[in-house]
Design a protein around this ligand. Structure first.
Ligand SMILES: Nc1ncnc2c1ncn2[C@@H]1O[C@H](COP(=O)(O)OP(=O)(O)OP(=O)(O)O)[C@@H](O)[C@H]1O
Length: 247
C-alpha cells in the first residue's frame, strides 16, 4: 500500500494552547482511517490543518506525494482532498441537486456534465428522490448525507469526514456505514473520519489514531487500540463510548 496522506509533526496553537501537538500520521491509498479522542482533543483542528483552513506552525503535510501545508483550502480540494464539516453547511436555499452541482463545478466547468455527476452522487447517497427539495428543509440524516454528497461531488481521492454519524439513530448510522463501505470498496475511496460513534468506527476503520490534549496517545488496528489502557482511561472509559466500542 502506498501513502496518500502524510502528516509529519504538525502543530497548531490557539493563544498559547497547543491544540495539535506535533502529530504525525500516514493514511494509505484505499484505507479507512479513524481519528478519535475526547472533546477538545484537537481532531477538528487537525482536519483544518490538512484541509488548509490553517497553516501548521510546525511540520509538513503531503498529499499524493506533494506538499500541501500552507496551500489554500480550494487549491487543496482541487487536488482531490474533500472534507465535510462537523456543523453541516449546505446552502439552505438551494435545492439538494444544486448543492451537489456546486461541488461538481469545482472540476467540471460544463454545467450539464456537472449536473450529471451531481445526479450520480445523489443516487449513491440515496438522495435522488429529494433532489428538488430545499437543502434547508432536510432532516438531519439527509443533511448529513448531503454533506457527504457535496464533498463527493468534488471528485476527491480522499474524503475527510467530521462526525457524519453525530445525531443519527442506529439504523441511520448503519445506512451511512453501508454507504461509506460501498464507496471504499467499489470506488477505492480513501476515507479519514473523525467519529465519536464507536460502533461506526469499529465497523469501518482499518486503523485508529487516538488524540488526547492535542497529542497522539495510540495508533493501530481497532482491536488493539480499544484495549490500550491509556485509550480506555482517557476516552473509552467514558460511559457513552464504552457501550458502542466494547459491546
Ligand atoms: N478557532 C479557535 N480559537 C481558539 N481555540 C480553538 C479554536 N479551535 C479550536 N480551539 C481549541 O483547540 C482545542 C482543540 O479543539 P478541536 O475542536 O480541534 O477539538 P476536537 O477534538 O475536534 O473536539 P470535539 O470532539 O469536541 O469536536 C480545544 O481546546 C478548542 O477549544
Amino acid at each position: 500500500m502506498s501513502a496518500l496522506l502524510e502528516v509529519r509533526g504538525v502543530a497548531k496553537r490557539f493563544r498559547g494552547l497547543l491544540a495539535v501537538d506535533h502529530v504525525s500520521l500516514t493514511v494509505n491509498d484505499g484505507e479507512i482511517f479513524a481519528v478519535i479522542g475526547p472533546n477538545g482533543a484537537g481532531k477538528t483542528t487537525l482536519f483544518n490543518l490538512i484541509a488548509g483552513v490553517y497553516a501548521p506552525e510546525a511540520g509538513e503535510i503531503a498529499f499524493a506525494g506533494e506538499r500541501i501545508d500552507g496551500a489554500a483550502p480550494d487549491a487543496i480540494c482541487r487536488r482531490g482532498l474533500a472534507r465535510t464539516f462537523q456543523i453541516v453547511r449546505p446552502f439552505p436555499h438551494l435545492s439538494v441537486l444544486d448543492n451537489a452541482i456546486v461541488g461538481a463545478l469545482l472540476h467540471e466547468h460544463d454545467v450539464d456534465k456537472a449536473r450529471a455527476a451531481a445526479g450520480d452522487v445523489l443516487r449513491r447517497l440515496e438522495l435522488w428522490d429529494k433532489r428538488a427539495q430545499k437543502a434547508g428543509s432536510l432532516t438531519l440524516p439527509d443533511r448529513k448525507r448531503l454533506e457527504v454528497a457535496r464533498a463527493l461531488a468534488t471528485h476527491p481521492r480522499l474524503l475527510l469526514l467530521d462526525e457524519v454519524m453525530a445525531g443519527l439513530r442506529p439504523t441511520e448510522t448503519d445506512r451511512m456505514v453501508a454507504v461509506l463501505k460501498d464507496l471504499n470498496r467499489h470506488e477505492n475511496m480513501t476515507i479519514v473520519l473523525i467519529e465519536h460513534v464507536m460502533r461506526a468506527v469499529m465497523a469501518l476503520a482499518n486503523r485508529i489514531h487516538v488524540l488526547h490534549h492535542g497529542a497522539t496517545i495510540a495508533e493501530g488496528p481497532p482491536e488493539v487500540v480499544t484495549r490500550d489502557p491509556r485509550v480506555i482511561e482517557s476516552y473509552l472509559g467514558q460511559a457513552d463510548h464504552a457501550v458502542g466500542a466494547l459491546g
